[in-house]
Design a binder for this molecule. Sequence first.
Ligand code: PXP
Length: 248
Amino acid sequence: MSKLRPLRLGVNIDHVATIRNARGGKHPDPLRAAKIAAAAGADGITAHLREDRRHISDADIDRLMAEIDLPLNLEMAATDEMLAIALRHKPHAACIVPEKREERTTEGGLDAAGQRQHLSPIVRQLSAAGIRVSLFVEPALEQLDAAEALGAPVVELHTGRYCETSGAEQAAELERIRKAAAHADAIGLECHAGHGLTYETVAPIAAIPTIVELNIGHFLIGEAIFVGLAEAIRQMRELMNSARAGNS
Ligand code: PXP
C-alpha cells in the first residue's frame, strides 16, 4: 500500500487584523495569533496583503517575517506593487490570487489560462527569488494545465463553491475538486486547497490523497471567539487527520 502523504494546515490570520482594524488600534494582534497557531500545530501562516490593506498591513508582514518561525504563505494580487513587496520579503511561498476592490473576499479563481502573458513574468521573478509560487484557481483542468505551462510548482484549488452549496450541487463540485487534484498530481503540480472550509466541510477535502495543504482562516478565527484559537485549530487538525486516515 502506498504511504499517505501528510496534510499540512496553513492558518490564515487575516481576520484577526479585520477585528483589530475595526477600532484602528493594536488589538487583537495577528502576530500573537500566528504564535498561538504555531504552538497549536499549524504548519504555516497565511496572510493576504490586499491592495486596500483592509486587514493585514505592511507592518504585519514585516513582523511576521521577522518573528515567526513557520513558513509564511503571502497571498497577493498579480500587481507590480505586490511583486515588489514579495521580492523584498522573500516569504516561503506566494499564492497569487485574483483581487477585486469591491469583493468581500476572494470570489473566484485566478484565470491562469486567460492571463498567461501578465502572469508569466511575475511567476518567473518570484520563482527566481526562491519563493514557492502557487496559483489560486478554480478546480478546472485547463487552469491546472495553464499553471503548469506558466512554471508554477503549486496550485491551490478554490473550495468556495463546494463550501457554499449543498446536495447534488455540492457533490458535483466535490467531484470536480477530486478530478482536479488528481490531474494536478498527474502533471507534477503540488496541490493545495482552501476557502470557506469549516468543521463540516473539511473532511471530504482532507480525504483527497493528492491534496497536501489546506489554508483555512475565517472559520477558525470565528470559532476562536467561542473556544479559543488553539482549541479551534486543534479540532480542525483532528478532523483533517482523521479524514486523511480514512476514518470519516
Ligand atoms: N486560500 C486563499 C487563496 C484565500 O484567498 C483565502 C481567503 O483569504 C483562503 C485560502 C482562506 O479562506 P477562508 O478564510 O474562507 O478560510
